[in-house]
Design a protein around this ligand. Sequence first.
Ligand code: FES
Length: 92
Amino acid sequence: MRTPRTATDWVHCSVDGRNVRVAAGSSVAAALACGGDGLARTSVSGQPRAPLCGMGICQECRLSVNGQMRLACQIVCENGMHIQTGIAAPTP
Ligand code: FES
């Protein structure tokens, strides 16, 4: 990925209500790292969880993107995207 130089090279989204700017093509996991503490959720025992594998295997990066539970490492940021961390996944 080349270094962003123009306004179109950037994507603006929100992470837990904070405005975050990331390079176009960045993952939601990258937005977490750029715009906050990098954490995606907490475990059932309350331990903080953050993206680990970066390839959709570990499920540690589950969070809400525009109201849908998604994997942060598998989603590319889009303008206006609302990312919310710390939401427990629905139990089956
Ligand atoms: S970081 Fe492992 S599934 Fe996303």
